[in-house]
Design a binder for this molecule. Structure first.
Ligand code: 475
Length: 839
């Protein structure tokens, strides 16, 4: 027996002198340390790539230190905590964001200079991890930045896909997709947590024990392994975590007999099978793919996250903090980013009942006061519906629980709202109306089980209340809220446009706008000031030149930095109407060709840029990509017009490209069919960067226009409330197309843009209305008013002083669209959590 007892405390890691280098000298030493002692390459090499990894590791030291302090502080204070669960995060590159938030950009730039590198080149070595599709994923990342910056006790949970969103290449055939291997080398930001592992089960069966308790047994068993990515707040010590899960097979007992019998491949097989689960991000944006693998991903995310949440809740109980399940929802709030993590609901029920021994009623009270749901789209193809058969097979216990929730919901309606009973077929969770394919409606499960349901812009939340969830709203009117989206001003202004930021800070005489974006209104009083206008124009020009250089590098096309930079970047969707944009470009091209030399002198030169990825099997979207590229080929090579018009498809649009494009933009297009874009968030980023918007009254455009003033917004198109009426009129043969619209379609049909078959694309604009046909998205309807708005853009651009003034007013009016404002509203009105700053 050991006579010397080792005290508990001596098993903790002894504190070390703070490694955070704070000046260029210290930083350089730290980078060198990593180059020598954590070399992933030959230590004799210090090329940009090695310099990037050493630099990132040096930054990571500081982040880990702060992350530990934050975690310890939360543990001590034990505040109510929010967990944001999302299948997608679009983080973008982390290096410049991290050193920016730490306030160490100058120190790192100077240190790298000492070591023979420049910061910009080093930053460009980093891969852009694209673990998301579009708006929903990027919003999650903006939210993490705001939660950290606001010192909120909150974490993100996600999945560690091996392959992110595909890489897009443009060839003569149009878009081609290639694997995006963001882990090709490794990611310096993730910290693998071998101490955080949870069991995950699929398939199997439910046993009923003698006491009536139910138990899920058998089937396949896996493990979820955690990786933590530290998320630093801006100018605060608080550093939170994005915890992403990876599936792996449980450690196998090494079976020597099997090995000798040559059967050792089995373990490797299991490992391979497990790894398939997180192999790829499903690339459909606003589409639902009822594939088993996707359901496995969703369950892995929910189960691992909830086991982790429960473990933390228990860990924080102690003698003086008694363990009471009834306290759970006073300590924990779970936000579901769309319906993708809906399984969090039955999983929390299962854990509370089957693992913790609670009864149904208590488990239901806890669950329904813990989870909240955000809806991001009303598009029918995005509303998740899972086959009941698939669900019952993969997750038999969860299916039982879901059926029971549905049953109790029916009983509740019968009791308190018998008038709604004939609506139950559309309100219920289980929909068996099609006997060949009974489904589980995930959105209904979310609405019924959540204490709060929110939309992402005023108009969208109204549509949820009045249309999509109207009956639920009449049942639970206080359940529905609005939380207009926002974007982080750090990444989307302070760091992506240092030029404009410096000017803003100078004129506002403070840099506090970075965390208090409403202060931007202070720019309004200087909007007419010639000095500010000159500085503003110079910054915009510098950003345009930087982006022009990038475009030349990736497309080989030379861009005139004096032309109007007109940009539309977002996923390619018919409802987003990139087709409307390119059709009007074709019209512009035709008209320029008809001008005399004298008239041409007066025309405003434009560079129209479009970028975005099309879901690989979304044929119309791919045709649109092809058309943009074909039009570019013709226009850019036509010597009569190329000095007045260029059309560029920006390949492989991602967060990194957005950071270059948005600051360079003067006009940006947010032109969806009214009522279809839930919010949009790039509209906010563009407005913040002084880019004027041409847009419809859709999503957050409505609120942006209110904030920056209607004179500073190029509005066109049908209103949301008129859209159904217009579709109906069209159906009745009452729509008379504008001759200019016909002219453009004929021009494409003539073969002017090559021999690709645009028939199916043009046909979608004709005939009887129906989803995806008969011009469902009202391109023809809005074409004339769009052309008029475009003429107003040209007119306005001719008066540069006035344009710059509008640009300043656009930035000045963007304060509302900070994700700090959005997150504060979630914290106060949904999560009921408070800031918990590390002292
Ligand atoms: C909206 N993605 C934007 C943004 O709120 C809005 C759905 C199903 C499967 C995979 N991806 C999805 C979305 O629904 C999505 O990205 N929605 C977007 O959310 C943030 O600003 O208007 O279209």
């Amino acid at each position: 027996e050991n006579s010397v007892s080792i005290s508990e405390s001596s098993r903790e890691i002894p504190p070390i002198a703070h490694p955070t280098p704070e000046d260029a000298f210290g930083v350089a030493a730290n980078i060198q340390y990593h180059a020598h002692y954590s070399p992933h390459f030959s230590p004799s090499k210090f090329e940009p790539e090695q310099a990037f990894f050493s630099t990132a590791e040096s930054v990571r030291d500081t982040l880990i230190q702060r992350w530990n302090e934050t975690y310890a502080h939360f543990h001590k204070v034990d505040p109510k905590q929010t967990y944001y669960i999302s299948m997608e995060y679009l983080q973008g590159r982390a290096l410049s964001n991290a050193i920016g938030n730490l306030g160490l950009t100058d120190a790192y730039a100077a240190a790298l200079y000492k070591l023979g590198h420049d910061l910009e080149t080093i930053v460009e070595q980093e891969k852009d991890p694209a673990l998301g599709n579009g708006g929903l994923g990027r919003l999650a990342s903006c939210f993490l930045d705001s939660m950290a910056t606001l010192n909120l006790p909150a974490w993100g949970y996600g999945l560690r896909y091996k392959y992110g969103l595909f890489k897009q290449k443009i060839t003569a055939k149009g878009q081609e997709e290639y694997a995006e291997d963001w882990l090709e080398k490794f990611s310096p930001w993730e910290i693998v947590r071998h101490d955080v592992v949870y069991p995950i089960r699929f398939f199997g069966e439910v046993l009923v024990e003698s006491d009536g308790k139910r138990k899920w047994v058998g089937g396949e068993q896996l493990q979820a392994l955690a990786y933590d990515i530290p998320i630093p707040g801006y100018k605060t010590k608080n550093t939170i975590s994005l915890r992403i899960w990876e599936a792996r097979s449980p450690p196998q007992d090494f079976d020597l007999y099997a090995f000798n019998a040559g059967k050792h491949i089995n373990a490797a097989d299991l490992q391979f099978k497990a790894q398939q689960i997180c192999a790829v991000l499903y690339p459909g944006d606003e589409t639902e793919e009822g594939k088993l693998l996707r359901l496995k991903q969703q369950y892995l995310l929910c189960s691992a996250s909830l086991q982790d949440i429960l473990a933390r809740f228990k860990e924080r109980r102690s003698k003086d903090k008694p363990f009471l399940w009834a306290e759970f929802s006073k300590k924990v709030s779970v936000q579901m980013n769309d319906t993708h993590p809906t399984l969090a609901i039955p999983e929390l029920m299962r854990l509370l009942m089957d693992e913790e021994g609670l009864g149904w009623d208590e488990a239901w009270t806890i669950t329904s006061s813990t989870v909240a749901y955000t809806n991001h789209t009303v598009l029918p193809e995005a509303l998740e519906k899972w086959s009941q058969a698939v669900m019952a097979k993969l997750l038999p216990r969860h299916f039982e629980i879901i059926a029971e929730i549905d049953k109790q919901f029916h009983a509740l309606v019968g009791k308190i709202r018998p008038d709604l009973e004939d609506k139950l077929s559309s309100l219920s969770i289980l929909d068996s109306s099609n006997p060949d394919k009974p489904v589980v409606r995930m959105a209904n499960l979310c609405v019924i089980s959540s204490h709060t349901v929110n939309g992402v812009a005023e108009l969208h939340s109204d549509i949820l209340k009045k249309e999509l969830f109207a009956d639920f709203n009449s049942l639970w009117p206080t359940k529905f809220q609005n939380k207009t989206n926002g974007v982080t001003p750090r990444r989307w202004l302070r760091f992506c446009s240092p030029e404009l930021s410096t000017i803003i800070t100078k004129w506002l005489r403070t840099d506090e706008w970075v965390t208090n974006l409403d202060l931007l209104t202070g720019l309004r009083q200087f909007a007419d000031d010639k000095q500010l206008q000159t500085e503003w124009a110079a910054a915009k020009t510098a950003n345009k030149q930087r982006f022009a250089k990038y475009l030349q590098d990736v497309t080989g096309i030379e861009v005139d930095s004096n032309s109007l930079f007109d940009i539309q970047i977002k996923r390619i969707h018919e409802y987003k109407r990139q087709l409307l944009n390119i059709l009007s470009v074709i019209y512009r091209y035709k008209k320029i060709k008809e001008l005399s030399k004298g008239e041409q002198m007066k025309a405003v030169p434009r560079t129209v840029m479009l970028g975005g990825k099309a879901f690989a099997t979304y044929a119309q979207a791919k045709r649109i990509v092809k058309l943009v590229n074909d039009v570019g080929q013709v226009v850019n090579n036509d010597r009569d017009v190329s000095h007045l018009l260029k059309v560029i498809f920006i390949p492989n649009y991602n967060v990194t490209v957005a950071e270059l494009a948005i600051p360079a933009s003067e006009l940006s297009q947010h032109i969806s069919t009214a009522g279809m874009e839930a919010s949009g968030t790039s509209n906010m980023k563009f407005a913040l960067n002084g880019s004027l918007i041409i847009g419809t009254l859709d999503g957050a455009n409505v609120e942006i226009r209110e904030e920056i003033g209607k004179n500073n917004f190029f509005l066109f198109g049908a209103r949301a409330e008129d859209v159904p009426i217009l579709r109906k009129q069209r159906e009745e043969g009452k729509f008379v197309p504008d001759p200019r619209f016909e002219e453009v379609k004929d021009f494409i049909r003539s073969g002017k843009f090559g021999d690709y078959d645009y028939g199916p694309l043009l046909e979608s604009l004709e005939g009887n209305t129906g989803y995806g046909r008969g011009d469902y998205f009202l391109v023809g309807q809005d074409f004339p008013s769009y052309l008029e708005a475009q003429s107003k853009v040209d007119e306005a651009y001719r008066n540069q002083a006035h344009w710059i003034k509008m640009s300043i007013l656009s930035t000045a009016g963007s304060g509302k669209f900070s994700s700090d404002r959005t997150i504060l509203q979630y914290a106060q009105e949904i999560w009921k959590i408070q800031a918990c700053p590390v002292p």
